[in-house]
Ligand binder design. Sequence first.
Ligand code: ADP
Ligand code: ARG
Length: 343
Amino acid sequence: MDFPNFKPDNKSLLKKYLSEAVFRKLINKKTTLGYTLSQAINSGLVNHDSGIGVYAGDEESYDIFSDLLDPIIEDYHGFRKEDNHQSNLSLADLELENPDAGGEYILSTRIRVGRNLKGFPLGSMISDVERKEVADKVKNALSLLEGDLSGNYYSLKNMSDTVKEEMINDHFLFKQGDRFMEASGLNRNWPEGRGIFHNHKKDFLVWVNEEDQMRIIAMQTGADIKSVFQRLATALEQLEKELVFSYIDRLGYISSCPTNLGTAMRASVHISLPQLSNNKELLEEITKNNHLQIRGVHGEHSESKDAIFDISNQRRLGVTEVEAVKDLYRGVVELIRVEKSLE
Ligand code: ADP
Ligand code: ARG
């Protein structure tokens, strides 16, 4: 493989940090399981509009390809090579109030974490047999959840198109055919081994074998961030009794995409901001200053509609889970304050 020819308008972190020297140093390297640089960067090469452009194939990718991945990680999370990640899911440390007690701005709150199982390759390199093994282990652990968390697993293969569409529109289920994942190998043998678990109230859900082997999600209408966080923390505690997650001291929880390392947590609100939607520069300034990201109402790579935005923490690594949620809280309080002042 030759050094790639990036288009001038390519804004990916892959282009920014893949110098010819780094490329030459890494092009013949492989992880023990056989993941190569060309696999790691294929998605970014195929998709010129990538923001990041790389995926890991296993835990060891983050070590073997660190000359490329460390600068990408630092750029995205502000986490340096010499930093260490710390986890804190203690509700006692999450002192915050409902940021929208009157229910005027925030429609719903969702917190998800990504998890992968120790001892298995990540999704871009996992074999069909291993993917099924992961699904079986996860299904078993989910079947042991207790109380309000208990629910059922639905395999994607057996789900009708109507139900799928309904679940996607209601923000419960992952979309299909993501071209970034496709080019990284994450969609191989779709829909085999993929599915969703949810409890009766659909306020606790788990995606199985999408971008990460598990996306563990708590969500509900309104802005009671603490309740959502508590439900997620309780679920994680129960699941960790059955499953061993891929975790390394420096980088925290290991994920397919470097943006999801560390806490692997995205805490988001759907928030209505009609004034700020007419003042995008100010909206972007406030979110940037508060380490927040703006997505559309149907998640990543979607547009906002009717002035409703998906606002979430950008940093997931080098902050604890509690701090990541506080990033969201502080930013949302500021957004509501400014929105009110413009009314
Ligand atoms: P992820 O959050 O797993 O990184 P996406 O950005 O694609 O992936 O979001 C997944 C789904 O979750 C989408 O349907 C999105 O609209 C929904 N979602 C995200 N945040 C919220 C929220 N606060 N309330 C309701 N749905 C949400
Ligand atoms: N690979 C895509 C890109 O570079 C997505 C990156 C972040 N999102 C994610 N779902 N991992 O734009």
